[in-house]
Design a protein around this ligand. Structure first.
Ligand code: AVJ
Length: 340
């Protein structure tokens, strides 16, 4: 149960910046719910982004390197299939493939596809779309340094909550939503995000969707309970962020990282579990929240897919699958789809 108390800090000046406002709203809403929860985007302050980058290199965290290996093995085929898909709806026409990405990519992963596009057609336009201006700046810098022939046109926008607006283009567009980022959203939200994108795509354009697959529970849980405690630090950093942004007084030593496979819902769930009864004060919200010993804050879902759940997600957002690439063990899948 959570309780809000009013207090003399009613006169606290309002927070001046829109990110802080969004943090305040999210924390107020999430911690007032039973069970408590917080949205996963809150992980990604500067420190959280650094910790996530470390996660992607951990021995237990197979998704990033598996997807990268799929791109390394099949990039030419992926680019070729995207171009051929467009040519089938535009007989006799040619035009350069441009690559759009939901989320700012990294040179090490997206760069493999950009390289393949440049090999094929001399140059390519790259349009990353990200909510975070700083993530975007970093991505663009890394991309332009590494890739010649790539023209970067970044756009700062929230593709989860807002409709997208993509510049016109005379040729195929391939939209990347990779890294199993879609896995953070429940099936209805996922269909909405892909549906918003779908409305900006033309016939013959494509979506390249990266999804982590259902596999052995031990393998899944190990990826979120790494030996070095980096995922634990990533999860707990959320509380540190709330302490800083909202002047809260979470004691990180009184919470424990938890990551468990929920087979019924096909997702890894991350939680922060309160190690004792405690009350946390959040001055910027003028509120206090009560935690019972053993109570958790649900901080992330990471959905895992099967061939048929990918097919039904695509279908629910009006896409038809074109082709799929996977690793030998089928740990990760990269699926090309086109508007139905
Ligand atoms: C960035 C959402 C794909 O779900 O595996 C990694 C985030 N959380 N370890 C994932 C994450 C804990 C990651 N995604």
């Amino acid at each position: 149960m959570s309780t809000s108390f009013s207090s003399p800090e009613l006169l606290t000046p309002p927070l001046a910046n829109p990110v802080q406002d969004a943090v305040a709203t999210a924390v107020r809403e999430g911690l007032s719910c039973t069970p408590k929860w917080l949205p996963a985007w809150l992980f990604y302050d500067a420190e959280g982004s650094r910790l996530f980058e470390r996660i992607t290199t951990l021995p237990e965290y197979y998704p990033t390197r598996t997807e990268r290996a799929i791109f390394a093995g099949y990039a030419d085929g992926i680019i070729d299939t995207a171009i051929r898909t467009w040519q089938q709806t535009h007989p006799g026409r040619s035009g350069r493939l441009r690559i759009l990405e939901l989320g700012a990519g990294t040179a090490t992963k997206t760069g493999i596809l950009l390289d393949a596009a440049v090999r094929r057609q001399g140059q390519t336009e790259y349009l990353p779309i990200d909510v975070s201006e700083s993530a975007m700046a970093e991505a663009c810098a890394s991309m332009e340094r590494v890739q010649s022939g790539v023209i970067v046109s970044p756009q700062v926008a929230n593709y989860v909550t807002d409709a997208l607006e993509i510049p016109q283009h005379d040729g195929p567009t391939m939209a990347l939503y990779i890294g199993s980022s879609i896995g953070n959203f429940d099936p209805e939200e996922a269909a909405t995000i892909l549906g918003n994108l779908r409305r900006q795509l033309q016939p013959g354009d494509t979506l390249l969707l990266g999804t982590d697959m259902v596999k052995d529970r031990r393998k899944l849980e190990a990826a979120y309970n790494d030996h070095d405690g980096v995922t634990e630090a990533f999860n707990l950093n959320l509380l540190r962020r709330i302490n800083r942004d909202l002047r809260a007084n979470f004691d990180l030593a009184r919470y424990r990282h938890m990551a468990v496979w929920n087979e019924e819902r096909s997702r890894i769930e991350m939680h922060l579990q309160s190690l004792r009864d405690q009350i946390v004060r959040i001055p910027a919200l003028n509120a206090s929240f009560q935690f019972a010993k053993g109570e958790t804050i649900h901080t992330e879902n990471s959905y895992k897919f099967t061939g048929s759940s990918i097919a039904s997600l695509l279908h629910s957002a009006s896409y038809a699958p074109v082709e799929q690439w996977t690793d030998e063990q089928r740990w990760f899948a990269v699926t090309l789809a086109t508007p139905e």
